[in-house]
Design a binder for this molecule. Structure first.
Ligand SMILES: Nc1ncnc2c1ncn2[C@@H]1O[C@H](COP(=O)(O)OP(=O)(O)OP(=O)(O)O)[C@@H](O)[C@H]1O
Ligand SMILES: [Mg+2]
Length: 227
């Protein structure tokens, strides 16, 4: 099933009087079973593509269809709801709230989405191996642990799509491999669509597809045999 369809997607940013043309006619269909690894040089447009595919931003031209409807046809409110309930985000720098505990950080996502469910909070913390640290504060945790909490937060509302922007960028290779295995498990066992931006070619072995960007265009789109 097609989960995300980008058609002739153009994204420009206005920098004062200068228009920066970041995405140039990107066509991309992401299937619900996909675990896509998006690669490309710094500045090639990977983060921009993630923002546009996830409805965080709307394309300047072309269309992105999410769950059967173009992001341009959703209201801001509808897009916000979609992001709270059907989409999970994981970032390089975790973005946990420092004065909330692990459990409270995850709980906040359920409160914002108006989906309080204490049992589910414990279940996702257990899934990422962080239940025993639920009362810790982020600064008491290693980077790998903080990223696990960020994954729990992304999962707590049971989204259908996970977008991750260089989630291993700040981690050593052992922690990075753990995070990649969690993402692969989410894709395979929990049937989540996963769209991952990564600098590291070594992480593509977990993905079933590689989309490569160069200067705002798709220059490669291949199926992979995931390990
Ligand atoms: N809000 C913005 N305003 C103006 N230009 C922007 C904006 N966001 C991104 N750009 C420009 O768009 C281009 C692509 O940026 P993007 O962040 O998508 O690249 P990237 O592939 O994610 O790079 P990296 O690997 O360094 O994270 C860059 O030239 C960047 O300067
Ligand atoms: Mg980026």
């Amino acid at each position: 099933m097609d989960r995300i369809v980008g058609s002739a997607v153009v994204k420009n940013y206005e920098n004062g009087k200068v228009t920066v043309n970041v995405l140039k006619q990107v066509d991309l269909v992401i299937d619900s079973h996909d675990f896509v690894g998006i690669t490309g040089a710094s500045g090639s447009g990977k983060t921009t593509l993630l923002y546009v595919l996830s409805g965080l931003e709307r394309p300047t031209a072309g269309t992105v269809t999410l769950f059967g409807k173009a992001t341009g046809d959703y209201s801001d409110r509808e897009l916000a709801l979609l992001r709270q309930r059907k989409i999970g985000f994981i970032f390089q720098f975790y973005n946990l709230i420092p004065n909330l505990t692990v459990r409270e950080n995850v709980e906040l996502a359920t409160v914002l989405a108006d989906r309080r469910d204490p049992k589910r909070i414990d279940a996702v913390l257990a899934m990422v191996g962080m239940l025993d640290r639920k009362d810790a504060f982020p600064n008491e945790l290693s980077g790998g642990m903080q990223q696990r909490v960020a994954i729990a937060r992304a999962l707590v509302n049971d989204p259908e799509i996970i977008f991750a922007d260089e989630p291993t960028g700040n981690l050593d290779s052992v922690n990075a491999a753990d995070i990649m295995e969690i993402l692969r498990d989410l894709n395979r066992t929990h049937r989540k669509t996963v769209v991952l931006v990564t600098h590291g070619e070594e992480f593509l072995k977990y993905c079933n597809r590689n989309v490569r960007l160069a200067d705002g265009r798709v220059v490669k789109d291949v199926r992979l045999d995931a390990v």
